[in-house]
Design a protein around this ligand. Structure first.
Ligand code: FES
Length: 157
């Protein structure tokens, strides 16, 4: 084999390997996006008194965190970062994104970019003392407000 033919073959082989790798990464990204976008309907988190004030409870079955603020209000935050959809984690009193460093408050407000929007909210219903999360109702926000929290019927904010 001539040197020139060898180099052409080597370049073609490297191109094929790079194309296959890129395709695999793209396919994995698409699959992960589909997994996260699947809605599971209404998920019952549990009785109101099960969640203490000032706590954050991960609810994998609803793909969210259930926040109960110091005043007793509930907020369900979708676990995807609003930058590029990585899964945020609750750590050191804030939601942190391991991908590019965004951070959010307990209410989902951005405290560190590159994310520019608050964490997406899921609709919370409190019926018969049970906290329910409607995973099919994602509420994208441009700002956070006190009205984002849902209070048990017998309690006022
Ligand atoms: S995906 Fe969260 S900061 Fe980029």
């Amino acid at each position: 084999m001539k040197r020139r033919d060898f180099l052409v073959t080597a370049w073609q082989g490297m191109g094929a390997i790079i194309a296959a790798g890129t395709g695999f990464i793209g396919l994995r990204y698409l699959v992960s996006q589909n997994e996260e976008s699947t809605s599971g309907g209404v998920v019952t988190a549990g009785a109101v008194e099960k969640f203490a004030s000032g706590t954050v409870t991960p609810l994998p079955e609803a793909k969210c965190y259930l926040v109960r603020n110091a005043e007793g209000g509930f907020l369900a935050l979708y676990r995807q970062c609003t930058h590029l959809s990585c899964m945020v984690i609750w750590e050191r009193n804030q939601f942190q994104c391991p991908c590019h460093g965004s951070a959010f408050t307990l209410a989902g407000k951005v405290i560190s970019p590159p994310a520019s929007r608050p964490l997406t909210r899921l609709a919370v219903q409190i019926e018969n003392g049970q906290v329910r999360i409607d995973t099919g109702k994602q509420i994208k926000r441009t700002k956070t407000t006190a009205e984002d929290f849902v209070y048990p019927p017998e309690q006022t904010a």
